[in-house]
Design a binder for this molecule. Structure first.
Ligand code: ZN
Length: 125
């Protein structure tokens, strides 16, 4: 049985945004990504698009049991999205642009705060 991998699916090579898809193969990731995207934007399933999938080597797929498309927040925590818009920060709860930071989805203010604390810790040792 092949293992699940994380892929970033895009409708076209020239777009920046896409979907975090967990699948056993790139082929399957395309099917899942396309089906999700098509149901979301309402295109006809047979519409031709130049979809692309990239394997995300650094993403965390631990604990995932089935092939799926991950919603933004969970996908960001697993390092499958670079950033998300209008997310709810895991630390302060503010709605802001969020980034992946050590398994959490955080706003830039919380990431800065965290990095200051880390450097303060290391200077004590
Ligand atoms: Zn925050």
């Amino acid at each position: 049985m092949s293992k699940l991998k994380a892929y970033f699916w895009k409708e076209h090579t020239d777009v920046d945004t896409g979907l975090a898809v967990v699948a056993k193969s790139a082929k399957r990731a395309k099917e899942l990504g396309y089906a999700y995207w098509a149901s979301d934007v309402g295109v006809e399933p047979e519409t031709f698009i130049e979809q692309r999938v990239n394997w995300l080597r650094d993403a965390n797929v631990e604990g995932l049991k089935k092939e799926t498309v991950l919603e933004h927040h969970e996908g960001l925590r697993r390092n499958m999205y670079g950033w998300i818009e209008d997310g709810c920060c895991d630390d302060c709860g503010d709605t802001d642009m969020l980034y992946h930071h050590e398994g959490k989805a955080l706003c830039s203010a919380c990431i800065e705060k965290d990095e200051v604390e880390v450097s303060a810790d290391s200077s004590q040792s």
